[in-house]
Design a protein around this ligand. Structure first.
Ligand code: ZN
Length: 241
């Protein structure tokens, strides 16, 4: 285990799980977040709490620097329900209007630039093609193509790791359990943020959120499925709380 990794770390459930995954595999792991004017900017506040929580777990010597880049230029490209206060609906092309075109392409490109400067050769992202919103920049083929383009573009062999690509949300909770047991599951449940609307005033069995936006519904559904599969480990985690 000698490689250095950079995790795209938003403060959500997926990227928090990816950070634990990277810590379990790489000698040195740094984190990168993006402020792009998202409505749920509260997720950026969750990043520090999650990092502090992970430092108390079994990987204290491996977690390196945190980086935060401002990319509010994304908001200048046009309206989306992720950056503007409009209702979440489906667009005429079938994609939800939470889709921010080019977002993950830009994020990985910036991450590759930072990785070049930091002597890092592995980028880790929480994109998934399994339980997802249909965003085309989360697809495996998109990211495999990007891996080639970025490696050529900086003349270094970069690896883009996406450990959640073929996992549904229940399997993502199960991965957290596998990596860090109930302590990691509880850290992610309480301190990660998923809700598109940025609501954190109520703690549900599956975490904080409005409970009605697509991101909250997906997270709650995955939590319930995870607990049905592992009821002995997490007896308090049923939706009856
Ligand atoms: Zn929500």
């Amino acid at each position: 285990m000698s490689r250095r990794a950079l995790v795209l770390f938003s403060g959500g459930q997926d990227s928090a799980t990816c950070l634990a995954w990277a810590l379990s595999r790489y000698a040195h792991v740094e984190t990168l977040g993006f402020d792009y004017g998202q409505r749920h900017r509260v997720e950026l506040d969750c990043r520090a709490r999650l990092r502090e929580g992970l430092l108390r777990m079994q990987w204290p010597g491996q977690l390196g620097d945190d980086h935060l880049l401002t990319v509010d230029v994304l908001g200048q490209l046009g309206t989306s329900a992720m950056t503007d206060y409009v209702a979440i609906t489906l667009q005429s092309d079938g994609l939800p209007n939470t889709f921010v075109p080019g977002r993950n392409l830009l994020f990985f490109t910036l991450a590759a630039g930072l990785a070049y400067r930091r002597g890092i050769d592995v980028l880790v992202g929480g994109m998934s093609q399994t339980d997802y919103s249909g965003y085309p920049d989360c697809r495996d083929n998109t990211l495999k193509a990007l891996q080639v383009a970025l490696s050529l573009g900086i003349d270094r062999a970069l690896t883009l790791e996406t450990p959640l690509m073929w996992r549904d949300k229940a399997a993502t909770w199960a991965l957290a359990d596998e990596l860090g047991g109930s302590a990691l599951v509880e850290l992610i449940r309480r301190d990660s943020h998923t809700c598109y609307l940025g609501q954190r005033d109520r703690l549900h069995p599956w975490g904080h959120g409005c409970g009605t936006c697509p991101a909250c519904k997906l997270r709650a559904k995955g939590w319930d499925e995870f607990n049905r599969r592992t009821p002995v480990l997490h007896p308090a985690g049923s939706s009856a709380v």
